[in-house]
Design a protein around this ligand. Structure first.
Ligand code: NAD
Ligand code: WQD
Length: 344
């Protein structure tokens, strides 16, 4: 165990972070998780201990707290950092812009300062397809223009990306960041031990579909059925969370021989699925009804978007492995396990 490489994972108890911790263990890394559980449950840790052969270390720390975070860098040799910790609700951010800036920007600045101080050069940063806004063409590549952000959350990701672009040009910087722009993560670990479990009411489509099928909430509303798409509902690129997690492992590997000072990659499947297609597949695959009603458009929704994945396929040798059917089955398996564990 002496020669294990330590990866600091901020937000490692969250949805994407926890799945990445399992992939790190499979790849022979030890995860050092920093999370203060502001949007996750402590039970995630027990389940991660069960799932990981290489047991993660956990620190209940706010990663904007430089003093405490510094102690972790002093006491553990850190090989690389995956920075997930952030607030992530688009809707919530509109009423709490200060909190979003305080957390999403300060945590990144704090982490990068400590990385430079302790000579840690590998950083994977969670960005989002939200930076593209409403794109001119349905398939977006990393070179597609970014639209002016319409929400504090989206803006916080654009600022995070811009900050890293300035940082790599600064004199004393040694960090070579890899920015991953995630499309829409769905699914859960096939064991049913970890999945999406926010503290507050979920806002994303898949957990709402699960809760509606489980009759925990009423029928979900399909936001808009008169768009210019084959069935009138919006189109997204839904990616299995374990495939997304794997992209972080591939990024750490790539970071070893990276020529560019900074790289940006889309992480999606390269395929679009509509909201109604997702609901219909969920019903067919899981043999359960998803109560839903056809509703009005949601303000600010992007009509259709999916990822051009050529760059990540070629440079990171990464492509998605799980199907939409897998993701749908795994999400429902997780939801059923949750009900039996009575986590809520
Ligand atoms: P999540 O809320 O499930 O996980 C984030 C974790 O970070 C939580 O466990 C939370 O407690 C922790 N955290 C937040 N601020 C912290 C702080 N200051 N100190 C310590 N811990 C803190 O979110 P997620 O879905 O796993 O998203 C992870 C990252 O990916 C975020 O940066 C998010 O913006 C980005 N992202 C998410 C999506 C998505 O749809 N889920 C899409 C694109 C990008
Ligand atoms: C998906 C589709 C809705 C709920 C957000 C962020 C983005 C990224 C991913 C973090 C849309 C429809 C939803 C419902 C519905 N997150 N829907 N009824 O809007 O693609 O993106 O999450 O970075 O930044 O903006 O995800 O899951 O909210 O919606 O019809 O009750 O499902 O209209 O078309 P979205 P989502």
């Amino acid at each position: 165990m002496k020669h294990l490489k330590n990866i600091l994972v901020t937000g490692g108890a969250g949805y994407i972070g926890s799945h990445t911790v399992t992939k790190l263990s499979e790849a022979g890394f030890r995860a050092i998780v920093v999370d203060d559980f502001r949007n996750s449950y402590q039970s995630v840790i027990e389940n991660l201990n069960e799932l990981c052969l290489i047991k993660p270390l956990f620190f209940n720390v706010d990663c904007t707290n430089r003093v405490v975070l510094k102690r972790i860098f002093e006491t553990h040799h850190i090989y690389g950092v995956i920075h997930f910790a952030a607030y992530k609700s688009v809707e919530d951010s509109i009423n709490k812009p200060a909190a979003y800036f305080q957390n999403n920007i300060n945590s990144l600045v704090t982490i990068t300062e400590l990385m430079n101080e302790f000579n840690v050069d590998k950083l994977v940063f969670s960005s989002s397809c939200t930076v593209y806004g409403e794109p001119d063409s349905i398939m977006v590549s990393e070179d597609s223009p970014l639209q002016e952000a319409k929400t504090p959350y989206g803006y916080s990701k654009q600022v995070g990306e811009d900050f890293l672009k300035f940082l790599v040009k600064s004199e004393d910087n040694i960090i070579k960041p890899i920015i991953l722009r995630y499309f829409n993560p769905v699914g859960a670990h096939p064991s049913g031990l970890i999945g999406e479990l926010p503290i507050n009411k979920p806002r994303n489509l898949m957990p709402l579909v699960c809760q509606s099928a489980a009759e925990m909430i009423g029928p979900i509303k399909v936001f808009g059925t008169d768009y210019d798409t084959p069935d009138g509902s919006c189109i997204r690129d839904f990616i299995h969370v374990l495939d997304l997690a794997d992209a972080h492992i591939k990024s750490l590997d790539y970071a070893k021989q990276m020529d560019e000072p900074l790289e940006v990659f889309n992480v999606g499947t390269g395929r679009g699925t509509s909201v109604l297609e997702l609901i219909n597949s969920f019903q067919a695959i899981n043999h359960i009804e998803v109560p839903h009603v056809l509703g009005e458009r949601r303000d600010g929704d992007i009509v259709k978007i999916y990822a051009d994945t050529t760059k990540i396929n070629n440079k990171l040798n990464w492509s998605s492995q799980y199907s939409m059917e897998d993701a749908i089955a795994h999400s429902w398996n997780w939801q059923q396990n949750l009900l039996s564990q009575k986590v809520f």
